[in-house]
Write a protein that binds this ligand. Structure first.
Ligand SMILES: Nc1ncnc2c1ncn2[C@@H]1O[C@H](COP(=O)(O)OP(=O)(O)OP(=O)(O)O)[C@@H](O)[C@H]1O
Length: 277
């Protein structure tokens, strides 16, 4: 019974059975000392979708992402990525799994002492044994993919604009051709046009590469323009997940003020506002 309460509320009856689950989190509990941050949380992400993950500050969005990426331990529960439970996998399976994930940390997190090209090549050096010429070729290809000019390759992060740093960090996240990409507030710090361009890039990469995207964001524009599905973290679990329309219909004070509040009203257009019932 208790478990049923912890299932995210899913408005609507879209069939999930036909969709391939790329990330499955079951009954996940994470805490620090006597403070519980996530309590029996459940979440699924399907192949090829862009999932926008929101929630009030301090609800545990980063903790969840870091736990899924094995940077934090869980107290209980299971995390399966691409059908593999990391905790049950052997060393070779873990390495294989790591290569199928890409991560764009908040603020880019590029190494300042390395050029853009060297940053992009870091995952290749860690996981693959490729000749330098091939790694160079791949790095230029990734730069092109994210819309950066070839001469960005030899620049240091300090020589790049905020938008270019995000793109370079995205190029590094794509270095190993991942299936699933985690983006932590990818548009934070960008001006509205830069943010819209970045959103368009994410959508294009999803369409062309078949990526699955897990995006933690506070950016209502991103949620409204590129996310196929939204999950809201609250009360230590996924409070509700579904479409924008599902968010509008969900009876919770934070969800209502977030999706229908003053800021939201400046972003919601006739196009994405569900018709009055
Ligand atoms: N290493 C840690 N040790 C102790 N407490 C932590 C640790 N990391 C996170 N927390 C706590 O866990 C809670 C969730 O933090 P988290 O950073 O995941 O929130 P968030 O939803 O990502 O917030 P924001 O939107 O502000 O980034 C907070 O109360 C935070 O203080």
């Amino acid at each position: 019974m208790e478990n049923a309460l912890n299932e995210p509320q899913q408005a609507g009856t879209r069939p999930n059975k036909d969709r391939q689950v790329v990330l499955s989190v079951k009954d996940l509990t994470v805490g620090f000392g006597n403070k519980l941050v996530l309590d029996n949380l459940n979440l699924e992400i399907y192949r090829g979708e862009i999932l926008g993950f929101v929630g009030a500050s301090g609800t545990g969005k980063s903790v969840l992402m870091r736990t899924v990426l094995r940077l934090l331990p869980q107290r209980s529960g299971t995390i399966e990525i691409l059908g593999t439970d990391y905790d049950k996998a052997d060393e070779a399976e873990r390495i294989a799994l790591d290569t199928r994930l890409g991560v764009l940390f908040q603020h880019g997190a590029l190494f300042s002492a390395l050029t853009v090209k060297e940053n992009i090549q870091l995952p290749m050096r860690e996981y693959l044994d490729l000749p330098q010429s091939l790694m160079d070729e791949i790095a230029y290809l990734k730069l092109e993919m994210v819309g950066l000019p070839p001469d960005a390759a030899d620049k240091y992060p300090s020589e790049l604009s905020g938008g270019m740093i995000k793109r370079a960090a995205l190029a590094r996240a794509l270095a190993l051709d991942p299936d699933l990409v985690f983006l932590d507030e990818p548009t934070s710090g960008l001006d509205p046009i830069g943010a819209a361009d970045f959103d368009a890039l994410i959508a294009k990469l999803r369409d062309t590469l078949g990526l699955t995207v897990y995006m933690v964001t506070h950016d209502l524009d991103s949620l409204f323009s590129v996310c196929d599905r939204i999950a809201v973290l609250g009360q230590k679990r996924v409070l509700v997940e579904g479409t924008l329309e599902d968010m509008f219909a969900f009876d919770d004070a934070w969800v209502q003020s977030y999706f229908r509040g003053k800021r939201a009203r400046t972003v919601v257009t006739d196009e994405n506002q569900p018709a009055a019932k």
